[in-house]
Design a protein around this ligand. Structure first.
Ligand SMILES: *[C@@H]1O[C@H](CO)[C@@H](O)[C@H](O)[C@H]1NC(C)=O
Ligand SMILES: *[C@@H]1O[C@H](CO)[C@@H](O)[C@H](O)[C@H]1NC(C)=O
Ligand SMILES: *[C@@H]1O[C@H](CO)[C@@H](O)[C@H](O)[C@H]1NC(C)=O
Ligand SMILES: *[C@@H]1O[C@H](CO)[C@@H](O)[C@H](O)[C@H]1NC(C)=O
Length: 381
């Protein structure tokens, strides 16, 4: 990311989240390690309480007497599902995804499942905040592709550059979004050394969003895991630079991260910017492969937090593992952890000294859907 654009993103982010500025004088004085340990023990405690309350019953039914306290708005929406179909050959309700979305009433309260037939949809899709509970459902044997090639430097309708945020082929501002068997793509190439090349395939800014069996193809900044609670399962994510970035609180389970970098790059750029922000990426049972040489993460946010567990790392992962983006003072603030990973890239001998080789207890909060408060909103799709 070019510094100029980065600054713009930072300004944008601050205006979205001015809380982070307001507390800036107090967080500087915090002992982050103590703070982190407090957070871990709180999280572990919280997890124990929850599991003690519901020993074996993983009962998904919202109205069930025992089991999970599913978010009430969500359970109502799930009880009143509607389905629409999208197909380019004119045999379905709509021929474009955007047309289908435009027919959903604002402040929708029902789960709306868009069954998207195979095909390449060259559309810039936005799911606005006022359209919660939307599901994109593709065909497992032939997933539809939603594709675009906007970059941060492309001039938008109002005559100014789109910037990273608006470069997304698909931008989701709504809560409770689900995607299954969808290929999200941004085909703009990454030209090393040129500014404004950020080209997002998917931006997810709504909370309680889940992605199953999806793929994300791009180069620089493929997946903007912007903000909210997110769950990714069996997904494939490809990119060159910072290709999973943002300040979401997200669990990536059984996902494949494939680098197409041509030189040194970073897989993630997590943007947790204050010590009290409940944000961070957890990768569990994932696979890291591809070209170039990569850091697992670099500190876009001063308190950036990323954990890899049970993950196979191929030889492209740099021995030092993590980057503080040249700011030594961040070494004690960021939290970069590894737990039971394998493969040539997981050799810990030459890791930066400030990376964390996690204990069982430290790892526990990150290892399952409790990390994203899944009990209250993750339902089997
Ligand atoms: C995006 O693709 C279109 C063709 O679909 C092409 O005309 C345009 O030049 C491309 N834009 C960029 C920035 O590559
Ligand atoms: C995703 O794919 C796996 C294996 O291909 C399949 O078992 C699973 O049911 C799929 N998940 C969804 C939500 O369709
Ligand atoms: C993990 O993902 C792979 C490839 O996407 C899939 O074949 C496999 O079934 C998944 N495993 C589980 C446990 O879901
Ligand atoms: C890990 O890397 C060190 C050198 O940095 C090397 O000596 C050692 O053999 C490696 N361990 C494994 C298991 O490959």
């Amino acid at each position: 990311m070019a510094s100029n654009t980065r600054l713009q993103i930072i300004i944008f982010t601050i205006s979205l989240c001015n809380l982070s500025l307001m507390s800036s004088s107090s967080w500087r004085s915090l002992d982050t390690q103590t703070d982190y340990r407090k957070w871990v023990s709180w999280n572990v405690e919280n997890y124990r309480k929850k599991t003690a309350l519901q020993p074996q019953s993983i009962n998904e039914t919202p109205s069930g007497g025992g089991g999970k306290a599913l978010d009430i708005k969500l359970s109502k929406a799930e009880m009143n599902k509607v389905t629409m179909t999208v197909s380019q050959d004119g045999t379905a309700d709509y021929t474009t995804i955007s047309d289908a979305l435009h027919t959903i009433p604002l402040y929708n309260t029902r789960r709306v499942i868009l069954v998207i037939k195979p095909g390449v949809y060259r559309e810039k899709v936005t799911v606005p905040r006022a359209l919660p509970f939307v599901t994109f459902l593709g065909d497992a044997s032939d997933p539809p592709t939603i594709t675009g090639n906007d970059t941060a430097s492309v001039i938008g309708r109002n005559g100014v550059p789109l910037k990273t945020f608006q470069s997304a082929t698909v931008g989701v501002d709504a809560n409770y979004f689900v995607a299954i068997n969808i290929k999200f793509e941004n085909t703009a190439p990454h030209v090393i050394g040129s500014a404004g090349g950020q080209a997002v395939a998917l931006r997810i800014s709504g909370t309680k969003a889940a992605f199953y069996n999806c793929s994300f193809y791009g180069s620089q900044d493929t997946l903007y895991d912007h903000t909210g609670l997110h769950y990714f399962n069996n997904c494939f994510i490809q990119g060159s630079v910072d290709f999973i970035f943002g300040y979401g609180r997200s669990l990536y389970e059984n996902c494949s991260l494939n680098s197409v970098a041509k030189k040194v790059a970073s897989l993630t750029a997590q943007k947790r910017s204050t010590s009290s922000m409940a944000s961070g990426f957890s990768f569990k049972d994932c696979v890291v492969t591809g070209s170039g040489t990569v850091y697992l993460g670099r500190a876009w946010g001063d308190y950036s937090r990323v954990v890899f567990s049970y993950t196979f790392m191929d030889k492209l992962v740099l021995p030092q593992g993590w980057s503080d983006w040249g700011k030594k003072k961040l070494d004690s603030r960021v939290y970069y952890g590894e737990y039971k990973c394998s493969g040539p890239g997981a050799n810990l001998t030459a890791r930066v000294p400030w990376a964390h080789m996690m204990t069982d207890e430290e790892a526990e909060p990150f290892l399952a859907t409790h990390y994203v408060d899944g009990d209250t909103w993750l339902i089997s799709p």
